[in-house]
Design a protein around this ligand. Structure first.
Ligand SMILES: *Cc1c(COP(=O)(O)O)cnc(C)c1O
Length: 313
């Protein structure tokens, strides 16, 4: 609120800085990368859009897991790009070897959605080493909740694009602010698309909010620790209620209970004013994805689940 002050609002008659110099400077200090290795966008979906546009074409197909962030398929279909969905292992983990020498552009959410599972940095590096001539996009939307970032690898691998967002761990989904880290050649490809379509694509208010968010590290750390500790508490509560819960490195839990189908649990919770996500599909249908809210919201969730399980006895 302090950053979005009346001076900032009065400046709305002026275009924002297309190079986002001031925010990039703060990110440079915070993340220890050079401005030339940073790309900023109105949300990380916008980075992914440009990545499909820039790094895939009729001879460069896309590869991603069969269970992952749903937007990858949408972009591939929009651009008419051939894509292959690589099955996750039985336990929902990604098998790095499946991606070696693949001959196309790789999109991996790490940690993955909706499973919450993460690859280690060594596993990511093995995919990079075995794809020197392919761009590898690592979507780190949830990394601040416990994953290992691939950021440290951008100096070593010029085929790596690390995509991040302010929407999840910095609580700014409504501001629309995403970013990417990569070798300057990949960044300049994204810049070319931006400057050829919409150079002023991040508003002044969003830039100011982003700067304030980067500067207030104490708030960021306390909120993220809070989400992590609530997640662990709810993980234990769900296990105690007979759920199989996948250990999560994100701000959600993917859980199933043999006593009730995922679709049914979703519908029963919705009736009671609680929204979780359900994904139809042979392997995902039994599960629901539960986002971590505040402690009060999570207590209501557990109470409603107890009620539903009691009724379905
Ligand atoms: C939320 C999410 C995004 C999009 O985030 P925005 O920055 O709000 O566009 C991208 N990838 C994954 C895996 C996400 O969960």
């Amino acid at each position: 609120m302090r950053a979005l002050n009346s001076k900032e609002v009065n400046s709305l008659r002026l275009y924002p800085d297309p190079e986002c110099t001031s925010l990039k400077e703060k990110m440079t200090r915070y993340y220890g990368v050079l401005p030339e290795n940073i790309y900023l966008a109105p949300g990380s979906d916008d980075v992914l859009n440009f990545a499909f546009s820039a790094f895939c074409d009729s001879t460069t197909p896309a590869f991603f897991p069969d269970i992952t962030y749903g937007f990858y398929k949408v972009f591939a279909e929009l651009y008419g790009i051939k894509y292959t969905e690589i099955p996750l292992r039985e336990d929902f983990s990604i098998c790095p070897g499946d991606y070696y020498g693949i001959g196309g552009t790789i999109f991996i959410a790490n940690p993955n959605a909706p499973t919450g599972l993460a690859l280690s940095l060594d596993e990511i590096e093995s995919i990079l080493i075995n794809n020197r001539d392919n761009v590898v996009v690592i979507d780190e939307a949830y990394v601040d909740f416990g994953g290992q970032s691939a950021l440290a690898l951008i100096d070593k691998y010029d085929n790596l694009l690390v995509v991040r967002t302010f929407s999840k761990s910095r609580s700014l989904a409504g501001a629309r602010l995403g970013y990417a880290f990569a070798d300057k050649k990949l960044i300049s490809d994204l810049d070319l698309l931006k400057y050829s379509t919409n150079p002023y694509n991040i508003s002044r208010l969003t830039l100011a909010a982003g700067e304030a968010a980067i500067c207030d590290n104490d708030y960021f750390e306390s909120m993220r620790q809070k989400v992590i500790s609530t997640r662990e508490r709810i993980y234990n509560s769900l296990c105690a209620l007979g759920f199989d819960v996948i250990p999560s490195k994100t701000n959600f839990l993917f859980a199933k209970n043999n006593r009730i189908d995922g679709g049914k649990l979703y519908a029963e919770l919705k009736k009671r004013g609680v929204l979780v996500r359900h994904f139809n599909g042979e392997r995902t249908g039994a599960y629901v994805r539960i986002t971590i809210g505040d402690d009060n919201e999570m207590d209501i969730l557990i109470q409603k689940i107890e009620e539903i399980l009691e009724e379905t006895k």
